[in-house]
Ligand binder design. Structure first.
Ligand SMILES: [Zn+2]
Length: 315
């Protein structure tokens, strides 16, 4: 009898343990695993799904056009419930390979766990006729969307829908998160709009079309590109033509993202006496840019500082 009692206790204890393990594993399973292609979307996911496990394939110090499908990235994508990327072919050179190697059916189609931000907004600069001679052009429009406050809000709404689709149990929490984000984002956007009015009319030479949406938002004109063609580094002939352009005297600065090669910009700066402004392309691109809000704050600060300094010099 005593032996039988011992057995019962033993069995109950085992059941109890396995029950605990089961609920733990259920909990772990319920945590959505999000893989993002760029840090701006990791930052957005952080806002909208703070309980999720979030991983970014690239940092702001990397070129998002050119990424190696490393084994660690493949392993991360294999575990993902949701993959969030800019889209519009920004990742065309590496995402398909990563998807193939990860062999995770869940993140193969946008009907399921694949999300392209560009599919939910209008892109700027779509091109009808594209051929190889034009370089690495973004024919579906510029995919560097995250400096458009308006578009980011639309993307946040669409991403919330996707999260609800994948994790319906948390619907209410996702909706609350979106509401809180929207409120803070709209308030910040009005503030940015106001601050940015100081930049209206500023002309710059910049590297690639990385800040196309930012310049659109704050009415800065990018009069020339350090790249002779998209995806190509500056050549000496091209730099010479930029110098000629700079000498017209209406340009205030050369703008480069912190991951981009500074050599061409520095050469031009030296010859033209224009300042180089190094902006973070995304969250983590410098110390101050720790989330989407501080990224915008910092980028506007850096531009305004230099523009005002230039205006003082011109007096
Ligand atoms: Zn690009």
């Amino acid at each position: 009898m005593l032996w039988l009692w011992g057995l019962t206790v033993h069995i109950n204890f085992k059941l109890l343990i396995s029950g605990v393990l089961l609920s733990l594993s259920q909990q772990a399973f319920a945590q959505v695993n999000i893989f993002t292609c760029e840090p701006e979307y990791a930052a957005l996911a952080e806002e909208l799904a703070p309980d999720a496990r979030i991983y970014s394939a690239t940092t702001a110090m990397q070129d998002p056009h050119l990424v190696q499908a490393r084994p660690s990235l493949i392993a991360k994508m294999r575990q993902a419930d949701l993959v969030v990327c800019a889209g519009a072919e920004l990742e065309i050179g590496w995402l398909p390979m990563l998807q193939m190697k990860a062999a995770n059916a869940q993140v193969r189609s946008t009907d399921k766990g694949l999300f392209f931000a560009a599919e939910h907004v209008d892109t700027l600069d779509k091109m009808a006729n594209v051929d190889r001679s034009m370089g690495d052009v973004h024919s579906l429009g510029n995919p560097h969307l995250h400096f458009s406050p308006e578009r980011m809000l639309l993307i946040a709404k669409a991403l919330t829908k996707k999260l609800v689709q994948l994790d319906a149990e948390q619907t209410e929490a996702y909706q609350q998160r979106l509401q809180s984000f929207s409120k803070r984002w709209q308030a910040a956007s009005s503030k940015w709009q106001e601050v940015a009015s100081q930049l209206k009319g500023m002309k710059v030479i910049a590297y690639h079309s990385s800040f196309r949406y930012l310049f659109d938002f704050v009415s800065i004109e990018q009069v020339a590109d350090l790249e002779p063609k998209p995806g190509l580094p500056p050549t000496s002939t091209h730099l010479a033509s930029l110098l000629k352009r700079a000498k017209q005297g209406d340009i205030s600065a050369i703008v480069v993202a912190s991951y981009q090669d500074l050599r061409g910009a520095n050469w031009l700066a030296e010859k033209s006496s224009l300042p180089v402004i190094v902006l973070p392309l995304s969250v983590g691109g410098n110390e101050q840019s720790s989330d989407l809000f501080s990224l915008y704050d910092n980028v506007l600060d850096l531009l305004i500082q230099e523009y005002n300094a230039q205006k003082l010099l011109a007096l």
